[in-house]
Design a protein around this ligand. Structure first.
Ligand SMILES: [Zn+2]
Length: 399
């Protein structure tokens, strides 16, 4: 099946008509439709479908076993995300399998196409949850107890989707069978466009993390409470947003508040509390830590000035990832002049890199915009990505 045919099947699932963005949250109806699509792709190719204990999907070409060459990505999205982040890696994986079969390639190692659950952390707050559970870097009881914004726990959501939360946990046997993992992903940022290349090779992932900031004040009437009497948590929150931008840019880091909840949320009241999520990233771990510490210090200070209490809690942190040099050299050998790039975005590949030789391929994103409906990759570049992935799989699994 061509890339275009595969792509057009998945494209309508979970797209929000008003925004044109995707809302494919884990264990929802849209997610179930994406998973059914995956199962059908595996079935129609004669790939053996396995759902691992954490709900990640695997389509095996050949008997599952040691030295497997695994490729894939994720199907879930951020709120109003783009079409490419995640699905491009999975569609390309199936298309690469088709291409290898057309060429009559004979793998001597098992190949698996995989889809990891809850990569974006959009519903339960912890990114790469499926791959973290698989590799045991997230405690199963912590994961099962995570709740979404309406109070539904991860265990409840999984059970509602027909999976058994009692099974959740590390799977050393499965991880032990992975000989190499290659994740193809749409480029996030804009490095390939000026270089004039359709496909790049991942070198490293910046350390990054997510912190929850809670500003707690006192709810009051917007029309009667004097400024002098207010304990308004919106003020220290607002100054923290500006401080984070300044602090991060002074250090060459990145800091973003993309989610904020004001309680109780009345338009004519001083809020009782503001909960905000800070996403911070930097090239070096020490710089990341210093950025977050300084932002927290400024938030604490601004809160005290307003009589507001402040607390900060880390929800996730991912250390710097450097992809396997031997694998990178082998892939560079196959892909010739493809540029080697770092990225500021987290991926399941970053989680797996701690356990197995891992690599990433990036497909050019002409504007660099991601996590938005404007995210884009040209069809010709996607097809170049499929050819590159097929060449890499052939090198790793057929020799
Ligand atoms: Zn992604």
């Amino acid at each position: 099946m061509t890339f275009t045919e595969l792509w057009s099947q998945l494209e309508p699932i979970g797209r929000w008509a008003e925004t044109g963005g995707y809302r494919r949250y884990s264990w929802t109806a849209a997610d179930a439709d994406c998973r059914a699509w995956f199962a059908e792709q595996a079935r129609s190719r004669g790939l053996r479908l396995e759902t691992d204990r954490n709900g990640n999907l695997w389509g095996w070409w050949g008997e599952p076993g040691p030295g497997a060459i695994v490729t894939g990505s994720h199907l879930d999205s951020v709120p109003d995300g783009g079409a490419f982040d995640g699905p491009l890696g999975i569609v390309s994986a199936f298309a690469a399998v088709d291409l290898l079969r057309e060429r009559g390639a004979q793998p001597v190692k098992p190949i698996a196409v995989t889809a990891f659950v809850e990569e974006e952390g959009a519903r339960f707050g912890v990114a790469c949850l499926g791959s973290r559970l698989l590799t045991g870097v997230v405690d199963r009881s912590r994961a099962l107890g995570l709740t979404d914004d309406s109070g539904v726990s991860y265990a409840q959501a999984m059970a509602a989707a027909g999976l058994d939360p009692d099974n959740v946990g590390a799977d050393e046997g499965l991880v032990g069978n992975i000989g190499a993992f290659v994740e193809l992903h749409v480029e996030q940022g804009r490095a390939l466009e000026p270089l004039g290349h359709a496909v790049g090779i991942g070198e490293s992932i910046w350390p990054h993390g997510r912190w929850r900031l809670d500003f707690t004040g006192v709810a009051d009437h917007a029309g009667t409470a004097l400024f002098a009497d207010r304990k308004d948590p919106m003020l220290p929150y607002a100054s923290t947003v500006l401080a984070a931008r300044r602090i991060a840019s002074e250090r060459g880091a990145l800091a973003t508040f993309g989610k904020v909840i004001a309680e109780p949320g009345g338009a004519n009241g001083v809020p009782a509390a503001v909960h905000a999520w800070l996403d911070a990233r930097a090239a070096e771990e020490a710089v990341l830590r210093e950025t977050v510490t300084t932002v927290s210090y400024e938030a604490e200070k601004a809160s005290a000035e307003q009589g507001v209490s402040f607390s900060v809690r880390q929800e996730s942190e991912t250390p710097v990832v450097r992809f396997d040099q031997g694998l990178l050299n082998r892939i560079s050998g196959v892909l010739g002049k493809a540029p080697v790039l770092p990225t500021g975005a987290g991926h399941d590949a970053g989680v797996l890199a701690a356990r197995v030789p891992t690599a990433m391929l990036f497909v050019r994103n002409p504007t660099g915009v991601s996590h938005s409906p404007a995210e884009h990759a040209d069809r010709a570049d996607c097809e170049a990505g499929v050819r590159a992935l097929a060449a890499v799989l052939e090198e790793l699994a057929c020799r």
